[in-house]
Design a protein around this ligand. Structure first.
Ligand code: GUN
Length: 296
């Protein structure tokens, strides 16, 4: 039997529609238009595609989009100066500095210069601390998207055993914090974990975020488990370039109770959650009610 395939594309479209409806109300009732500033340093083609998509979807949701494209040899001081200008700009409620940054820049310093209230990536050390202590934070977009899909599928997650494979600051660690916040019993596994297959087989919820193509196979999955695949890996297959996840979909989907595909699973949720975070930041800045179901 094949498990239920969670349609991230449809889910993301629903999130974007809910964001757009709330933005329209905000503009009508409070005269406030949420704004997102995206900063791209250099001309990495993949990053340019991400930034373009973010801009298009921001405008489609009724928000203002501010794009700042800087040359690859921009100095760190000039980037920090731009971040400070955006921090002080009342039309900007969210700031995203596209990563990776060029090697001559200290990414941690740049991220920690963003006003935490405008840090829609949730990467600022203040937001990391707030999330880790169960306080109101800006939450990283990809884990937030995963959490939304899990809540929609299961209702409550309380008491479930969750295994997160991957310990990155962007996905693995915040994902584990969010699952803990929803009262799961959480394990973070990684490349050095012993008996990884057995650890994974204990999971009611398995989140794969390791960045290794198809490393989670069906024999590592508890029958009926929910599998969230965060991986996006480009591989050559039969002479063609294809995108695959960290999960081997063919073997996993016949064991799992529900599974996200790649592409069309977690991926579309990331930008949808960026829009949701921008809206949340705007609501908090203006002291008006936050949208329900779009935050952690
Ligand atoms: N580069 C790839 N993904 C991301 C992301 O989620 N945020 C930022 N700032 N840069 C990225």
């Amino acid at each position: 039997m094949t498990g239920h395939v969670i349609d991230g594309k449809a889910f993301a479209a629903d999130v974007r529609a809910r964001v757009a409806a709330h933005v329209a109300r905000l503009r009508e009732e409070h005269g406030v238009k949420p704004g997102l500033a995206v900063v791209l340093v250099g001309a990495d083609p993949a990053s340019e595609v991400y930034v373009r998509n973010k801009g298009v979807q921001t405008v489609e949701a009724g928000m203002a989009s501010f794009e700042h494209k800087l040359a690859a040899d921009t100095s760190e001081a000039d980037l920090l100066a731009l971040v400070r200008v955006l921090n002080a700009d009342p039309a900007v409620h969210g700031i995203l500095v596209q990563l990776p940054l060029p090697a001559h820049m200290n990414a941690e310093l740049v991220i920690n210069t963003i006003d935490p209230a405008k840090d829609v990536d949730g990467f600022h050390i203040s937001n990391v601390g707030l999330l880790g202590t169960g306080q109101k934070a800006m939450v990283p977009c990809t884990p937030l998207g995963c959490l939304m899909m899990l809540r929609a599928h299961h209702g409550t997650l309380a008491g479930m055993t969750a295994v997160v494979v991957g310990r990155s600051n962007i996905v693995g660690k915040p994902m584990a914090q969010l699952l803990l916040g929803d009262s799961c019993t959480v394990t973070i596994a990684h490349s050095r974990t012993r008996e990884l297959a057995a650890v994974c087989r204990g999971a009611d919820i398995l989140v794969a975020a390791v960045g290794r193509a198809e490393m989670i196979t069906g024999d590592m999955i508890k029958p009926g488990a929910t599998v969230i695949d965060v991986g996006i890996n480009r591989v050559e297959r039969d002479g063609r370039s294809r995108l695959v996840g960290d999960v081997d979909f063919a073997s996993a989907s016949v064991v799992a109770g529900a599974i996200t595909p790649v592409p069309g699973g977690v991926g579309p949720m990331t930008i949808a959650c960026l829009l949701a975070n921008t809206l949340t930041a705007c609501c908090r800045a203006h002291g008006v009610a936050e949208p329900e179901g779009l935050t952690a």
